[in-house]
Design a protein around this ligand. Structure first.
Ligand code: BGC
Length: 253
């Protein structure tokens, strides 16, 4: 018998990526397809791309989709780095119609929650105990909170107000890039951010994800925080893997 498979699509501000996933190993099966996010990134335009990607594979079965948004029962309630018209959109119903799938075959969840679900399931076994928060450092800062491996969905810790600023505008990986900060300068901002967060939720472990976790050795050692911080084991594809896993479990926030 072959390995159990799922299908995940990860929608970001610049790219939409999808691929079948081996759910036993937590790995992509073959090459993912990536299509630039249409501009403006309206629900209709994005749904067309999602359908194009799924059609690109010989896939029948449940599909999981991430959005950089708060998602409750399939409906988007915020929209960061995607068109504001997502707010109030029943994303699960939209994708189900476009994919020709029954509603219970489509799961939509927040992008960082999906990455966290994948990390907890396929990463270090120790990460399944206690209060664990995964932070994705990218264009914004996404967060996924777990208690003993169980997700508390839709935390938006990237928007904590730190020193009068929306935290992600100062400490996301994009701020490092845009302001041409050194690792040292950026790590000071991340320290300030994580310190603010840990005073509020006292996690047992912080997992640093997002593209910049590939260079963890350059900045994790510079952090001066109370909580242990480790780099995510799964890298770029965590969102796809987590979406596929959530869909196979029939779970959605
Ligand atoms: C959004 C979150 C999202 C994160 C990462 C934030 O700006 O509010 O919903 O998870 O960016 O994309």
């Amino acid at each position: 018998m072959g390995a159990a498979r799922g299908f995940g699509v990860d929608i970001g501000g610049s790219g939409i990526k999808g691929c079948p996933v081996d759910l036993d190993a937590g790995k992509l099966v073959g090459e993912r397809i990536r299509v630039p996010t249409p501009q403006p990134s309206t629900p209709e335009a994005v749904a067309d791309v999602v359908a194009e990607i799924v059609r690109g594979f010989d896939w029948t079965g449940p599909v999981g989709v991430t959005l950089p948004a708060v998602i409750k029962r399939g409906v988007a309630h915020s929209a960061a780095n995607i068109d504001k018209s997502w707010i109030g959109t029943d994303a699960a119903a939209l994708f189900a119609t476009r994919l020709g799938l029954p509603l219970d075959q489509v799961t939509v969840l927040n992008d960082a929650d999906a990455a966290g679900v994948a990390e907890i399931r396929y990463g270090r076994p120790d990460d399944q105990t206690g209060v664990v928060v995964l932070l994705t450092f990218g264009t914004g800062i996404g967060s996924a909170l777990f208690l003993d491996g169980r997700l508390v969905p839709n935390t938006e810790f990237g928007h904590l107000e730190i020193d009068g600023h929306d935290a992600e505008t100062r400490a996301a990986a994009s701020a490092k890039e845009d302001e041409d900060l050194s690792w040292d300068q950026w790590a000071k901002r991340v320290t300030r951010y994580i310190s603010g967060l840990e005073d509020l939720i006292w996690p047992d472990l912080v997992i640093a994800g997002g593209g910049v976790s590939k260079k963890a050795d350059k900045w994790l050692p510079l952090l001066e925080v109370r909580t242990k911080v480790v780099a995510a084991e799964l890298r770029n594809d965590a969102g796809i893997v987590g979406a596929a896993l959530a869909a196979s479990r029939g779970e959605g926030p």
